[in-house]
Structures are given as C-alpha cells and as structure tokens.
Write a protein that binds this ligand. Structure first.
Ligand code: FES
Length: 108
C-alpha cells in the first residue's frame, strides 16, 4: 500500500508538538517542527511506549516518554545508536490536509 492517508488538518498539530494517528494498520507519530511535518513509527522499540506522546526538542529529536531513548523525527534514527533506525514516513500537505504515506520510506 503506497497511497497517502489524511491524518489531520493543518493546525491540528501545534508547532513543536506531536501526536499519534492511525495510518492503515499502523500507528504513526507525527510531529510539527517549525511548520514542517515529520512521521515516524509510534511504537518505541524498547518496550513499546507511544513516541507520539514524547517531547521533541528544537533539533527534531523525540524523547521516549518511558525511558528517554532518543529518535530523530527526520528519518527515525535512534540517536543513542545511529546504526539502528525505526520506520519513517513521507508527509505531505494537500490543501489543508496533512497526509502520511502508508508505506514506510525505503519499503516497496
Ligand atoms: S519504551 Fe521507549 S525508551 Fe523504554
């Protein structure tokens, strides 16, 4: 599945924050950094916390709310061990709709 899914309207995710949305069968954490939107897998690979509930700093690094692992919203890199990445997703704005591509980056 490669189509884009509307997850929210522009303005629903205040700048500097994120939230969790259903995209197909998955939960995706979408963040607004300086008016640009980024999407990563919502499920923290450590013990499954929701990364959409984490805090994002000005560099676009999200801190997991449970045990403070760090992930880049830009591409899902686990900042504490950059050889490992969680899935990230393309995001686009069509009119006033924020849309996330249902297939993660790098996957067919
Ligand atoms: S569940 Fe995310 S760091 Fe532990």
């Amino acid at each position: 599945m490669s189509e884009f899914v509307t997850i929210a309207k522009v303005g629903d995710i205040p700048e500097g924050t994120g939230n969790t949305f259903h995209v197909g069968e998955r939960l995706v954490a979408v963040f607004n950094r300086g008016g640009e939107y980024f999407a990563i897998d919502d499920l923290c690979p450590h013990m499954g916390a929701s990364l959409g509930a984490g805090c994002m700093d000005e560099q676009g690094v999200v801190t997991c709310p449970w045990h403070a692992w760090h992930f880049s919203v830009a591409d899902g890199t686990w900042c504490d061990n950059p050889r490992i990445k969680i899935d990230s997703f393309e995001v686009r704005v069509e009119g006033d709709e924020i849309q996330v591509r249902a297939t993660p980056r790098g996957k067919p």
